[in-house]
Design a binder for this molecule. Structure first.
Ligand SMILES: Nc1ncnc2c1ncn2[C@@H]1O[C@H](COP(=O)(O)OP(=O)(O)OP(=O)(O)O)[C@@H](O)[C@H]1O
Ligand SMILES: [Mg+2]
Length: 592
C-alpha cells in the first residue's frame, strides 16, 4: 500500500460531496456568500430546478481580479481575519464552497468592486477555461451550469426538476427569513417564484409562511437564562401531514438541528397526533460563546454548550404560549355562540332520530349543514376548555342501542350517552374522522367516489411545487371525488369535494394532500395509496373537537358508529369511545 497526497482537484471533489449535495445546497452557498458580502438585494435565477442553471446576482462588495482567483482556491476566505472561529458572524468561514462547486460543474464568476472595472473567471470542473473583462454593475454574479453533469454517481441521486426546485425554494425561504432586511427575488424557468422587499422580521416571516397563520398562528417571545426565543408557531388545530414548514434559526443562521426539531415536537406532544406537524418559524438567540457552529460541513447543525437549557427554553416557552392560547380560544368560542347553547326540546330530538329506512350517514351530513357556522378552530386539547357541558332531560326511555342515547356533551368534545347497560363517552372528533374514512373506503371500492360540486369553486393558494404535485395527481384525485384544476402558477381551483366527506376544510385539505403527495413520492399510483389519502381527507371532513353538536347530530353519530366497521378506533389508533358499565359505576361509589 502506498500513501499519496491527493491532487487538489480531487480534494475539492471530495469536499463537494459534503457541501454540494444538490442544486439547493449550491444555491444556499451562493446566497450566503452574497449576504456575507453585504448585499441589500439578491436576485436568483434557476433553470430546470437548478439542474441546468443556478445563478445568484448581488449588489454587495464585489471582488477584484486577484481576490476572485483566491476565492476559487480551497481554504481561502476573507471571513476569518483574526483566526477567531468562535466569534464568526458571517455565514461562511470554511473557504471551500466555491472551489467545491467549481469542481463538479461549470462555474462563472463576474464581479466588480465599486469604482473599478468588472472581471470574469470561468472554471469548468476544476479547470480554469476563461478569464477577462466583464461588464456588470458593482457586485457579483455567480453562475453554476450543469451541476454533476460529469459526475454520474452524483447525478443519479438527483430528483426531478420539480423536486429540486422545491428544495431550492426552501433554501431561499430559509435565508430570506434569516435576513429580512435584504430584498430577494427568484425566477424559475422564467417564472417568478418569490419576491420580497426589505422589511422587519415578523413581516418577512408572514410573507413566506402560510397566510392562514394570520388566524391560526401564535407569536412567541420569551427569554430564559440569557437565551431568547422569538417567532411564530401554528395553533395545534392548524397542522400539517409533513414537517416541511418548520424554519429554525440559531443566531439568525438557518439550521436543521435535531435538538431543536425534537424540542418543537416535544412542545406539541399531547396536542397533536404522531403523524401531524406544526408550522413554525423560530429564532433562538444565544451568546456566541454558548454555541459551536463549526460541527457540520454545510453548517446546518450546531452544538450547544448547554443543550438542556435550549430545550427547556423551547419546550417551556412554546408550552406556556400554547396553554394560554388554548384557554383563550376556547373561551372566545363559547362566547361567540350563545345560540348553540340552547337545549333542544326532547320531542324535537325524537322527531329527528333517523328512521329505519333512512341512511344515518346522510342524515348526519345534512345535520352538519344547518350548524355549519359552529365550525371554528378551537384547540383540541381538553385542558384548554373551561368547564362546559349541556344536558338533556333524562325522561326519555332508553332504546336498546349498543352505544345508547345521547344525554349531553362535555367540553364541546365528548358525547355522553346512556346505554341499557352503562354510560358511554365518545370522542366526537376521533369518531367522526373514523366514520368518514370508512365511508371513503366503502365508496371507493365500488368505483369512483361520488362528488359534491361546490356552488362557487374555491381558489386555494399554495406553493408552486405543491400545485405541481396536485396537478400531477388530478386524475387520481378525481377518482376519489376531489375535482381540482390548476389555477395559475401558485393556486388550485377546487370544483367538487368527495361526497362522503360532507363539509370539508378545503384549503387545509389541499395543503395536506400536497404534503402527503410529496412524502409518498410518485412510485405508486395514488389509488394504491388510497388509504393514506383517504385518511388525510377524512381528517378535514371531520367534526372537530370544540364544535357544539345538536342532540340529533350526536345520536346520528352514535347510530352510524354502530354499523361502521373499525369505528371503535380513530385513524390514529386511539379509542373513539369508552363505556362504564353499571357495575363499574357502582364499584366507583362503593356500592359493591
Ligand atoms: N458574492 C460574493 N461577493 C463578494 N465576495 C465573495 C462572494 N462570494 C465569495 N466571495 C469571496 O470568496 C471567498 C470564498 O468563498 P467561499 O464561499 O468559497 O468560502 P467562504 O464563504 O469564505 O466559506 P464557506 O466555504 O464556509 O462558504 C469568500 O471568503 C469571499 O471573500
Ligand atoms: Mg461561502
Amino acid at each position: 500500500m502506498s500513501i499519496r497526497r491527493l491532487p487538489s482537484e480531487l480534494i475539492n471533489r471530495i469536499a463537494a460531496g459534503e457541501v454540494v449535495e444538490r442544486p439547493a445546497s449550491a444555491l444556499k452557498e451562493l446566497i450566503e456568500n452574497a449576504l456575507d458580502a453585504g448585499a441589500k438585494s439578491v436576485v436568483i435565477r434557476l433553470s430546470a430546478g437548478g439542474l441546468d442553471l443556478v445563478e445568484v446576482t448581488d449588489d454587495g462588495s464585489g471582488m477584484n481580479p486577484a481576490e476572485m482567483g483566491l476565492a476559487l482556491e480551497r481554504h481561502a476566505t476573507s471571513k476569518l481575519p483574526d483566526d477567531a472561529i468562535e466569534n464568526v458572524a458571517s455565514f461562511g468561514f470554511r473557504g471551500e464552497a466555491l472551489p467545491s462547486i467549481a469542481s463538479v460543474a461549470r462555474l462563472t464568476i463576474d464581479s466588480r468592486e465599486r469604482g473599478a472595472d468588472g472581471w470574469r473567471i470561468t472554471i469548468d470542473h476544476g479547470v480554469k477555461v476563461e478569464q477577462g473583462p466583464a461588464a456588470l454593475p458593482p457586485g457579483t454574479r455567480v453562475k453554476v451550469e450543469g451541476l454533476f453533469d460529469k459526475v454520474p454517481a452524483r447525478r443519479k441521486f438527483l430528483r426531478s426538476p420539480r423536486a429540486e426546485y422545491a428544495a431550492c425554494l426552501d433554501s431561499v425561504k430559509r435565508l430570506a427569513m434569516a435576513r429580512p432586511d435584504v430584498a430577494f427575488s427568484l425566477d424559475h424557468d422564467g417564472r417568478r417564484g418569490l419576491s420580497v422587499q426589505p422589511s422587519d422580521g415578523p413581516t418577512r416571516v408572514a410573507a413566506l409562511l402560510s397566510h392562514e397563520l394570520d388566524r391560526h398562528g401564535l407569536g412567541i417571545d420569551c427569554v430564559r437564562d440569557g437565551l431568547r426565543l422569538t417567532g411564530v408557531v401554528s395553533l395545534p388545530t392548524f397542522n400539517r401531514g409533513m414537517a416541511d414548514q418548520q424554519f429554525l434559526f440559531v443566531n439568525r443562521r438557518p439550521v436543521k438541528d435535531r435538538l431543536l426539531v425534537g424540542a418543537l415536537r416535544a412542545a406539541y406532544r399531547d396536542l397533536l397526533a404522531r403523524d401531524r406537524h406544526p408550522i413554525a418559524a423560530l429564532f433562538v438567540d444565544v451568546p456566541a460563546s454558548e454555541v459551536d457552529i463549526n460541527v457540520h460541513p454545510a453548517k446546518t447543525e450546531v452544538r450547544f454548550r448547554d443543550p438542556a437549557a435550549v430545550r427547556g427554553l423551547i419546550v417551556g416557552g412554546l408550552r406556556a404560549a400554547l396553554d394560554e392560547a388554548g384557554h383563550r380560544s376556547a373561551a372566545r368560542e363559547q362566547f361567540a355562540q350563545p345560540a348553540a347553547w340552547q337545549v333542544e326540546p326532547a320531542a324535537a330530538f325524537f322527531d329527528r332520530l333517523p328512521r329505519e329506512s333512512e341512511d344515518p350517514a346522510s342524515f348526519l351530513q345534512g345535520a352538519h349543514e344547518g350548524v355549519a357556522p359552529a365550525f371554528a378552530a378551537v384547540t383540541e386539547r381538553e385542558g384548554g376548555f373551561r368547564p362546559a357541558a349541556r344536558a338533556e332531560p333524562a325522561t326519555a326511555p332508553v332504546p336498546s342501542y349498543p352505544l345508547g342515547v345521547a344525554r349531553g356533551q362535555v367540553a364541546a368534545t365528548y358525547i355522553v350517552a346512556e346505554a341499557e347497560d352503562g354510560l358511554v363517552i365518545v370522542d366526537q372528533h376521533a369518531a367522526h374522522e373514523r366514520l368518514v374514512l370508512e365511508r371513503m373506503r366503502k365508496a371507493s371500492t365500488g368505483g369512483d367516489v361520488a362528488r359534491q360540486a361546490l356552488l362557487i369553486p374555491d381558489v386555494v393558494e399554495l406553493d408552486e411545487p405543491d400545485c405541481d404535485r396536485l396537478e400531477a395527481a388530478i386524475p387520481d384525485l378525481a377518482a376519489l371525488g376531489l375535482e381540482v384544476e390548476r389555477f395559475g402558477p401558485t393556486a388550485m381551483l377546487v370544483r367538487a369535494t368527495p361526497a362522503p366527506l360532507g363539509r370539508a376544510d378545503i384549503p387545509g385539505l389541499l395543503c395536506d394532500l400536497a404534503a402527503e403527495l410529496a412524502e409518498l413520492g410518485t412510485a405508486l399510483s395514488l389509488r394504491d395509496k388510497l388509504d393514506h389519502v383517504a385518511a388525510t381527507m377524512a381528517c378535514h371532513g371531520s367534526v372537530r373537537a370544540g364544535r357544539i353538536l345538536s342532540v340529533a347530530e350526536m345520536n346520528a353519530l352514535l347510530r352510524e358508529m354502530e354499523i361502521t366497521p373499525h369505528s371503535g378506533q380513530c385513524n390514529h389508533g386511539r379509542p373513539t369511545w369508552v363505556k362504564l358499565a353499571h357495575a363499574d359505576i357502582e364499584k366507583l361509589f362503593g356500592r359493591r
